[in-house]
Design a protein around this ligand. Structure first.
Ligand SMILES: Cc1cc2nc3c(=O)[nH]c(=O)nc-3n(C[C@H](O)[C@H](O)[C@H](O)COP(=O)(O)OP(=O)(O)OC[C@H]3O[C@@H](n4cnc5c(N)ncnc54)[C@H](O)[C@@H]3O)c2cc1C
Length: 376
């Protein structure tokens, strides 16, 4: 007999986990699929930064803050550790400091400027050479992406009644019927496809015309830093101001962009902006770059890693810059939507492509979708 569920979610990355959790919270029976025995996509390859400060004011910032609440709920229930570490945007140029002044005086986000002395206290690893100050935001969280997805999936199964079929590639979805590559079948009233950067397997024609682009990011991890310096807050650079849309309205941003483009065009070519955060074992996770579609190669570029390290060495000082690991991740991204959504058949939803903010936005976006679908 074919097993029947209220909801089937395909994809065990953060988008799929979010949709499965929000369905289970509403008392629905849920089955969750992933093609791998455990998630291996963008969800385990990221910084683990829950980053509301990167979202523009209004609905998107509110959605990020809703996600943050839900991460903290998982922390309270000991499902994941979500540290309330906050973030610091360091300014090493007057134009970067001007953007931070303009942004923080807007009153839209919970943040404030710190002097050079305050910055060095809050960020002991900040490079004092040329430092102009920083912007502190208390809202950011740190999770360990390498354990979070597996922990949430296990908890959904053990405590939320979700049936899990990992190691099950789904080959076809049609009118409530789900068929795995090995021929097994299930049925569901509502099906949600959260297939991440795989734009070719399920509903490829919908995804081909979606406006989604693939983006590859290179990342590095140092060896554990020894000694007494304890850096808690995530660190972002002046280069980061070019990346997140929340700073888009600041009049001085163009000056930052023009200066960076004139000083080193490779930073724009490879979409490099630099950030750093620490792991629980004291390693620093460093990144990142952005290469799109046809520029994506399976082979990582040493030149990109060198540029990332060079820019980071301008803004932070580490005892030991030895790199322990290098990797890359790929996500799907839409140019204007926080996530691409389509309903190619009744009660069949394609939810793909939260771009570089999937860890930050997915819980809030899924909660919003379930409110829309069920009215609760
Ligand atoms: C290097 C890097 C750094 C990042 N840093 C951050 C950050 O700090 N903060 C932040 O908010 N965001 C960050 N992001 C973005 C975030 O990681 C992504 O937006 C998010 O993980 C995307 O989640 P997803 O569920 O859509 O995709 P994925 O994590 O790729 O999951 C999709 C899943 O679907 C499964 N799947 C696909 N097709 C099928 C099928 N046919 N059958 C069964 N299973 C299928 C795949 O196996 C996969 O597990 C970063 C991303 C990268 C790459």
């Amino acid at each position: 007999m074919i097993a029947k569920f209220d909801v089937a979610v395909i994809g065990g990355g953060i988008v799929g986990l979010a949709h499965a959790w929000m369905a289970a919270r509403r008392g629905l029976s849920v089955v969750l699929f992933d093609r791998s025995p455990r998630a291996e996509g963008a969800t385990v390859r990221n910084f683990g930064m829950i980053w509301p400060i990167g979202q523009p004011s209004g609905e998107l910032y509110a959605t990020a803050l809703r996600s943050r609440e839900l991460w903290l709920e998982l922390d309270e229930q000991s499902v994941v550790k979500a540290a309330q570490c906050g973030s610091l945007h360091l300014a090493h140029h007057d134009d970067e400091h001007a953007v931070l002044e303009e942004f923080s005086s807007g009153g839209t986000h919970d943040c404030r400027l710190l002097s050079v002395a305050e910055t060095l206290t809050a960020a002991p690893i900040a490079n004092p050479t040329g430092l102009k100050g920083s912007m502190w935001s208390p809202t950011e969280l740190r999770v360990d992406p390498r354990v979070a997805a597996a922990s949430i999936a296990a908890w959904l199964e053990s405590s939320q009644g979700v049936t899990r079929h990992f190691g099950s590639p789904i080959a076809e979805v049609d009118n409530g019927n789900i068929t795995a590559a090995d021929g097994r079948q299930w049925q569901a009233e509502r099906i949600i496809i959260c297939s991440g950067s795989d734009l070719k397997t399920l509903f490829p024609e919908v995804l081909a015309s979606s406006g989604l682009r693939l983006c590859k990011l290179q990342m590095l991890r140092t060896v554990a830093q020894t000694g007494s310096v304890h850096q808690d807050a995530h660190i972002a650079s002046g280069l980061t101001l070019r990346h997140y849309t929340s700073f888009g309205h600041c009049p001085s941003l163009q000056k930052v962009k023009d200066r960076v483009a004139a000083q080193n065009p490779l930073l724009d070519r490879y979409g490099i902006h630099v950030m750093a955060t620490r792991s629980d074992s004291g390693e620093l996770i460093l990144g990142d770059s952005h290469e799109y579609n046809d520029d994506i190669s399976p082979f990582d570029k040493a030149e990109i890693d060198e540029l990332i390290l060079l820019e980071l060495q301008k803004i932070i000082q580490l005892q030991n810059w030895t790199i322990k690991e290098r990797w890359h991740g790929v996500y799907a991204k839409h140019s204007s939507l926080p996530i691409f959504e389509a309903e190619p058949q009744p009660n069949l939803h394609v939810c793909v492509g939260p771009g570089g903010a999937g860890m930050t936005m997915s819980f809030g976006l899924a909660d919003r979708s379930w409110n829309r679908w069920t009215g609760k």
